[in-house]
Design a protein around this ligand. Sequence first.
Ligand code: AMP
Ligand code: MG
Length: 410
Amino acid sequence: MLAVEEARDRILHAVGPEGPSQEVPVAEAAGRYLAAAVPAQVASPPFDNAAMDGYALRRTDLTATGGELPVAFTAAAGDAPGELPAGACCRIMTGAPVPVGADAVVMQEKVEAAASGVRFAACPPAGENIRRAGEDVAPGEVVAEPGERVTPALISALATAGVGRVTVARPPRVYVLSTGSELCDVGGALAPGQIHDSNRPALVAELRRLGAEVVDGGRVPDDPAALRRALGEAAACDFAVTSGGVSVGEFDQVRAILAEMGEVALWKVAIKPGKPLAFGRLGSAHFFGLPGNPVSALVTFRQFVQPALIRWQGGHFAPVRISAVAGAAFERAQAGRTEFVRARFHWQDGRLTATPLSRQGSGMIGGLSRAHGFIVVEAGNHGFGAGDSLLVEPTGEWCSFGEPQPRGEQ
Ligand code: AMP
Ligand code: MG
């Protein structure tokens, strides 16, 4: 069985940065991956401006102990730069252009009103409270590199640098399908033997969070003809993600049909939960057959599908692992697979503490919805003791750190 890292490496090798690029307005680029380096179009700031509300002056008009100067005019943000007459200062607001001739701005809290203007208690250092043109970004300087994800902060940096449009990878089109004759649509009344299809809405939500264009294939029973029809549609997408039917049960047919219509590149990974993962190729689509158990489906999505989607868009994937201390012991009878143990995180004695949730079954989705993240138990380990050092992977978007005691835990 392939180790988690090896399986991920093989998948990332098979996928590669292949997403075609398109140009979009910066304001609409959030979450996308840049396809080209972006140079600044303008300097930031574009002109010398005041960092404080105060008074701009020419330092040679003051002595070491300051002096008194008349106020020639007021410079507001948005004004064109004025010119400072000799022997005078001007009132200036944050962001206003520093007038020609001025070489310092004194904050207004440091001056006193005087009969003929304002009184300065000292001569300020040259350049005080002046934001110089280009001190943040020079024109032509590279603001962002190819493969960078467009974050709100990067949108701000690009807008500041005068960039209106960027070239990014287009979002991947991802076909999502649930397989299983037991499945009933969300919210529907369950017939005997049925369960609700929880994987599809959860996977659709994961894909939308990553900016993918979702093609909802619905659900199909464990019937080869229905599965062939659905996979035929999936073959035209960039990715296909199915859940269920990849294990060794009598009605688990996804792998056999993938082999018939495409190619199975790998099957079974030493991961818990999520062992029976299948990956391969189906027409133009990279194919992921995720296990049906809801926790397995979401864990394998995070470990394998998300990195592949990022890679396809030219982005760089690195798992976020943070060191923490175990809030309680966790033991397992059998080593051999990397286990992602659902846990709650909290701060204790200045350290991030991770406590395993009591219910770890791969079908127990309630625990995952309460988890702040996973404790990673390496394949060779039998567990850990309370107080041991650990590595954890936060679930991020699923929840934020909260109180140590979750619902339903003793
Ligand atoms: P499978 O991988 O098809 O053997 O399914 C493993 C377990 O996951 C079974 O108990 C299935 O009923 C359950 N399961 C499969 N697909 C889904 C789904 N879409 N939503 C919720 N549970 C599912
Ligand atoms: Mg099934």
